[in-house]
Design a protein around this ligand. Structure first.
Ligand code: DQA
Length: 147
C-alpha cells in the first residue's frame, strides 16, 4: 500500500484563524481529514505532521526513510524561504516530494519568491488555496510505490 506523508511547517496550526484573507477559513485538521479521505479512496495510507520547529521537521523527514513513505507533500511555510536543513533532509532521504503553498508566493513580498525547495521538488503548487494539497495527493496516488 502506498504511504503518503504530509508535512506542515510553522504557523499552519493556526489555519482558519490566521490571516483568513490570505489563507482562508479551513482549519488544518479539516485539511488533514479531507486528504486522508482522498488517499483512502485511492487505496493509500496518509500520515500528517505539523511543527513550528525546524528540528522536528528535519527529524520527521529523516524518519520517513525507514517508515515506508513513498511520497511527501510539504508546505514548509516560512521555512520555505530559510531552511537549508529541511532541504538537505529531503535530499538525503531521496523521497519524491511536492512543495505546496496555499497562497501565491510569487504575488506577495519579494522574500517569498525564494524557495530552498523548488529546484529539488517534483513540482510546486502555489496559490490554489487548500485545493493545492488535494491535487498533490491525487498526483501522489498516480505514482509508483518505492518498495
Ligand atoms: C505559505 C507561504 C509562506 O511564505 C508563508 O511563510 C506561510 C505559508 C503558504 O502556504 O502560502 O507560512 O507557505
Amino acid at each position: 500500500m502506498k504511504n503518503i506523508l504530509v508535512l506542515h511547517g510553522p504557523n499552519l496550526n493556526l489555519l482558519g484563524q490566521r490571516e483568513p484573507d490570505v489563507y482562508g477559513h479551513v482549519t488544518l485538521s479539516e485539511i488533514n481529514e479531507k486528504l486522508k479521505k482522498i488517499a483512502h479512496a485511492g487505496g493509500a495510507n496518509l500520515q500528517h505532521f505539523q511543527s513550528n520547529a525546524e528540528a522536528e521537521l528535519v527529524e520527521r523527514v529523516q524518519r520517513s526513510r525507514q517508515d515506508g513513505t513513498d511520497f511527501i507533500i510539504i508546505n514548509p511555510a516560512a521555512f520555505t524561504h530559510t531552511s537549508v536543513a529541511i532541504r538537505d533532509a529531503l535530499a538525503a532521504v531521496a523521497i519524491p516530494f511536492i512543495e505546496v503553498h496555499i497562497s501565491n508566493v510569487f504575488a506577495r513580498e519579494a522574500f517569498r519568491k525564494e524557495s530552498y525547495f523548488s529546484d529539488i521538488a517534483v513540482g510546486v503548487i502555489s496559490g490554489l488555496g487548500v485545493t493545492g494539497y488535494e491535487l498533490a495527493v491525487q498526483y501522489a496516488l498516480q505514482q509508483p510505490d518505492r518498495s
